[in-house]
Write a protein that binds this ligand. Structure first.
Ligand SMILES: Cc1cc2nc3c(=O)[nH]c(=O)nc-3n(C[C@H](O)[C@H](O)[C@H](O)COP(=O)(O)O)c2cc1C
Length: 197
């Protein structure tokens, strides 16, 4: 059976991480449940030239090739009736890429007032993988405490800090060093970055 992965894109800088993750996942027989926050949509427009219209065509323009058995379901942040809002929805992991400090704070405090917060809250209570790519610098003590709280509740905190030891040539190469680690944690085979050694 296809893996089911929830992907959320928040309004932090670095929505390219979300796009590259979708590119990697859609190339495989995976069912994706995508939630983009309102701020995330604005950053996608600002940083990545998204028109705000057909998201699938936008992904195609970004070079995304979809596997014949892949599925992409897109939900708005206010759609609290969507499958990821319920603990009865069995998925194989949720990734928030990038994750804003606001969404991190909501997750750390259990304040589930949109679909991203709720799906993350449900992932934690159901002990399903939750991977956060928090993007901010420098970090305040509040941010660090929120990461600590989320990690103590079971989330994986994976700051999008690209690695340079594979001599990346492009921004996409750099971003993929982060996405490769996300896929490793989701237990999804990846050929973006070779295993060291
Ligand atoms: C251009 C731009 C860049 C931003 N970058 C960040 C960022 O890197 N990290 C962050 O936590 N918030 C950032 N923000 C602020 C968030 O968009 C804002 O806190 C928003 O309410 C987050 O909402 P969301 O978590 O629902 O997506 C940025 C805002 C703008 C306009």
């Amino acid at each position: 059976m296809n893996k089911k992965i929830i992907v959320a894109i928040c309004g932090a800088s670095g929505s390219i991480y979300g796009i590259r993750l979708l590119k990697a996942l859609l190339n495989k027989p995976v069912n994706i449940y995508l939630i983009i926050s309102n701020a995330g949509l604005e950053i996608l427009k600002y940083e990545n030239g998204y028109s705000g219209k057909d998201f699938t065509s936008f992904l195609k323009d970004k070079g995304v090739v979809t596997h014949k058995d892949a599925g992409l379901n897109i939900y708005e942040q206010n759609d609290l009736f969507a499958p990821p809002a319920s603990g009865s929805f069995r998925h194989d992991g949720m990734v928030i890429a990038p994750c804003s400090m606001k969404t991190l704070a909501a997750i750390a405090s259990g304040m589930a007032d949109n679909l991203i917060h709720r799906a993350a809250d449900v992932s934690l209570k159901e002990k399903r993988p939750l991977i956060l790519l928090p993007r901010e610098t420098p970090l305040s003590i509040i941010h660090i405490k929120n990461m600590h709280k989320a990690a103590m509740s079971g989330a994986t905190i994976m700051p999008p800090s690209p690695s340079f030891y594979f001599n990346p040539k492009t921004i996409s190469d750099l971003v993929d060093t982060v996405i490769a680690r996300v896929l490793d944690h989701l237990k999804i085979e990846q050929d973006l970055v070779k295993e060291w050694g």
